[in-house]
Design a protein around this ligand. Structure first.
Ligand code: NAD
Length: 254
């Protein structure tokens, strides 16, 4: 029997892309799923397709409603909604604020709502769709890179603080995945992400392998482990390599 059979699951940002693939996979594995997206039409379309509950709205605002729709308990919460938030230090304050709100604070708010019950029951699972940008960085996307680092930090903090009390945490950190977000990433996405891009279903496969193996860090692109080690082991060399990619991107944009 699947680990998630009969579990109550919330997936945010599940109106398409990775979230929809996660919602489909959880449903196929016998879980009861609440599909959330800020776009009501996309929420309903995915929920209807897989026979799940539809809870449209901002990910931060629907946590209680999703729990009620699932009968009062959430066993697994997938904080998947995210904003691509391109730009540099001069990006609008609004871009920085919305990146922080969706990519980090939505996770914090979900935990505030769900953690007391998880600790009382001695079990709960928090899945954070972060990005390899949260371990490395994304060319041309300062707000995205900074907030995804924040999301990794929050997931790590959560895991190390509550693992002895039954909480399981997974940080899913893919590079390119063929979704609307990759298309919107423009020339930087084309250069850095597209060549090794995978399908949303591959991310769902990696998450389920990670759940079975009880692993915190889930790398749908296994090569990211080497890049992450390279960054930690020799930061200057890693920065020089990344700067080389930056200059290549600047050349393509000319
Ligand atoms: N596509 C990639 O290359 C890639 C790589 C690494 C990580 N990710 C991450 O995967 C997650 C899913 O992205 P995706 O690639 O499937 O993109 P996507 O654009 O297909 O899906 C993101 C969904 O989130 C929804 N959304 C945005 N703000 C929301 C909010 N406040 N509340 C609820 N829903 C909201 C959007 O409407 C959209 O349907 C994101 O966190 C993203 O950062 C994507």
């Amino acid at each position: 029997m699947s680990t998630v059979q009969g579990a109550n699951v919330v997936v945010t940002g599940a109106g398409g892309g990775i979230g929809a693939a996660l919602a489909r996979r959880f449903t196929a594995e016998g879980a009861r799923v609440a599909v959330n997206d800020i776009d009501p039409g996309r929420t309903k379309a995915v929920a209807d397709e897989i026979g799940a509950l539809a809870v449209p709205g901002d990910a931060s605002a629907i946590i209680e409603e999703a729990r009620e729709a699932l009968g009062g308990t959430v066993d697994i919460y997938c904080a998947n909604a995210g904003l691509a938030s391109p730009g540099d230090a001069f990006a609008d304050e609004d871009v920085w604020a919305s990146a922080w709100d969706v990519n980090v604070m939505a996770h914090v708010r979900a935990v505030r709502t769900l953690l007391p019950d998880w600790l009382e029951r001695g079990s709960g699972r928090f899945v954070s769709t972060v990005s390899a940008a949260g371990l490395l960085t994304m060319i041309g996307a300062a707000p995205y890179s900074v907030t995804k680092h924040g999301a990794v930090a929050f997931a790590e903090w959560l895991s190390l603080t509550y693992r002895h009390r039954g909480l399981k945490v997974h940080a899913v950190c893919p590079q390119g995945v063929r979704t609307d977000m990759l298309t919107a990433a423009g020339s930087a996405g084309e250069l850095v992400l597209a060549p090794s891009a995978i399908e949303p279903e591959d991310v769902a496969d990696a998450l389920f392998e990670g759940i079975e193996a009880d692993r915190f860090l889930i790398l749908p692109h296994p090569e990211v482990a080497g890049y992450y080690q390279g960054r930690a082991g020799d930061p200057d060399r890693w920065l020089a390599t990344m700067n080389h990619i930056q200059r290549k991107w600047e050349d393509t944009a000319r």
